[in-house]
Design a binder for this molecule. Structure first.
Ligand code: ADP
Ligand code: GLC
Length: 484
């Protein structure tokens, strides 16, 4: 039995700010359980769902050394769908109403978390063969492991995988302060170690000190090795390209299943999508305060509101698009004020055409996936993207920009061969986006049978974990074989 410990800063059903939580909350469930014992370790945030917090049982407490400080760590345990979760408790670090705060606080918070993870093994009686770390918040785990913990035999055997879900966020901060906070040796704070551009960089730590680096699609693995996509780390990634793999995320098909989804008013599958989806569309229009017109092309968006997601393109065309087209937008999201306010403005200017729900709501998200005709995701960059996969599963046709995981998952519609499952455009250009949106709308309005078949082809695609899990399993197997 190979023992794997996932370390991350968020996972469903405990806490979610984005797709990372979907991935860490679902991937562990899909391993072959007779060969892999996969467990998960997370921070225990004060802002976690109280119902879940009530199910946790404290099983350990110990002291963690962090530079010159000594800090309390508790371990709370629970099981979800047969997966054991460990939550690291410290009311000072994990306080507040959000998991992430100011960067200068977060670097210390996650240095603490990283050491607590490593110090927990003896306490919880689980010594993993592989620690699978995710994003910058866990970047110091391989660094500590390969430096301060190497004297101890039990730690020398542990291997690490580091997964990059988004290279934009790196956990960078003043080098001398990180030296002081982490207590790591001077050799770590060099260009060969975790230093970049004069700062300490946690994500770079994950890349340099781990045995294997993965990212969440093949295209993104290539893109981050270029100056355009590498966010300053492309050189480092090219240097370490021998240990970099792109493995496409899967979607939790049990969680996102239109035939069994309790969050949507009318459930459906491929066989009755044509009859049932319009009923969800009517409910969505009602919930969003849009006119309940069955034949108006309804475009959904569910997204963090950041420039990553292509909102600058949307801002550029929205006024003229809404003025000139018979179309509806159902928007759900929260994030940067400039984008939130843009949608508020257009919702007031075109109340019959655009409705903006500024906030976070799982129920509303599922209703949009189930009720919209098309889903717009014109990302500037997209490591994998789960929203387009959810859309496909719910028979909502994705309109995307060809970048990262969007390019690897959305085969564009070909009107001659009647192949493909969505619409896409190549350049980060608003007119190109408007052009494909109009093409999608024209197909919806004038070629109903072709539109229906396009929708069915999307629903037939398989982006479940079943199709990606093998890649992780064989990666782990190879790593365990090499380490003997
Ligand atoms: P990212 O992780 O970059 O935000 P992904 O497409 O991988 O993008 O995952 C986003 C996830 O978060 C999806 O499950 C999406 O439905 C969900 N999501 C984003 N914004 C909201 C929101 N405002 N309310 C509910 N769910 C949201
Ligand atoms: C990040 C990326 C997104 C990806 C998710 C899960 O948040 O922005 O593209 O799907 O991580 O890997």
């Amino acid at each position: 039995m190979k023992k794997i410990l996932f370390a991350a800063s968020e996972a469903l059903p405990f806490i979610k700010t984005g797709g990372l939580a979907d991935v860490v909350g679902s991937l562990p469930k899909y391993f072959n359980r007779s060969e892999f014992d996969v467990r998960v370790i997370l921070p225990k945030y004060a802002c976690m769902d109280e119902g879940l917090a009530g199910r946790l049982k404290q099983t350990a407490d110990f002291t963690v050394s962090l530079g010159w400080r000594r800090q309390y760590a508790g371990i709370l345990e629970t099981e979800v769908d047969g997966i054991r979760y460990y939550l690291v408790d410290n009311e000072f670090y994990f306080a507040g109403d959000r998991p992430y705060g100011e960067i200068y606080q977060d670097v210390e918070k996650f240095a603490f978390f990283s050491r607590a993870v490593l110090d927990a093994f003896g306490e919880i009686g689980f010594w993993p063969d592989i620690i699978h770390c995710n994003d910058w918040q866990t970047g110091l785990i391989p660094v500590y492991l390969k430096t301060m913990y190497q004297q101890q035999e039990a730690y020398r055997k542990i291997r690490t995988v580091f997964s990059i879900h988004n290279i934009r966020f790196q956990g960078r901060w003043i080098l001398n302060e990180i030296k002081d906070v982490t207590g790591l040796g001077a050799d770590v704070f060099t260009p060969k170690g975790i230093e970049t551009y004069g700062e300490a960089n946690y994500l770079k730590g994950g890349i340099v000190y781990s045995d294997i680096v993965t990212t969440v699609s093949k295209s993104y693995a290539m893109e981050i090795m270029t100056p355009e996509g590498g966010e300053g780390l492309d050189g480092v990634l090219r240097y370490y390209s021998y240990k970099l793999f792109g493995i496409l995320n899967g979607l939790d098909y049990r969680e996102y299943n239109p035939a069994a989804d309790r969050r949507i008013p009318y459930r459906y599958s491929r066989s009755n999508v044509g009859a049932v989806k319009p009923k969800n569309k009517r409910k969505l229009q009602e919930a969003m305060g849009l006119p309940q017109s069955p034949d108006t092309f309804l475009i959904g968006m569910v997204s963090r509101m950041t420039d990553q997601k292509g909102f600058d393109l949307v801002a550029y065309i929205l006024d003229s698009f809404l003025a000139g087209e018979n179309v509806q937008f159902a928007v759900l999201g929260t994030g940067e004020a400039r984008y939130e306010n843009m949608f508020r403005y257009f919702a007031e200017k075109y109340p019959d055409k655009l409705s903006a729900n500024i906030g976070y709501s799982e129920d509303m998200a599922h209703l949009i996936y189930a009720g919209a005709d098309a889903f717009l995701m014109p990302s500037l960059f997209e490591p994998c993207g789960l929203s387009q996969l959810i859309s496909l599963r719910y028979g909502t046709v994705p309109v995307v920009r060809e970048t990262g995981g969007l390019r690897d998952t959305i085969e564009p519609y070909n009107k001659y061969t009647q192949e493909g499952c969505g619409f896409s455009f190549a350049n980060y250009n608003a007119d190109e986006m408007a052009f494909v949106l109009r093409a999608a709308k024209a197909l919806y309005e004038s070629e109903q049978e072709n539109w229906h078949n396009l929708m069915l082809r999307g629903m037939e695609r398989d982006f479940s974990w079943e199709s990606s899990i093998e890649a992780y399993e064989s990666l782990y197997e190879d790593m365990c074989r090499v380490s003997g």
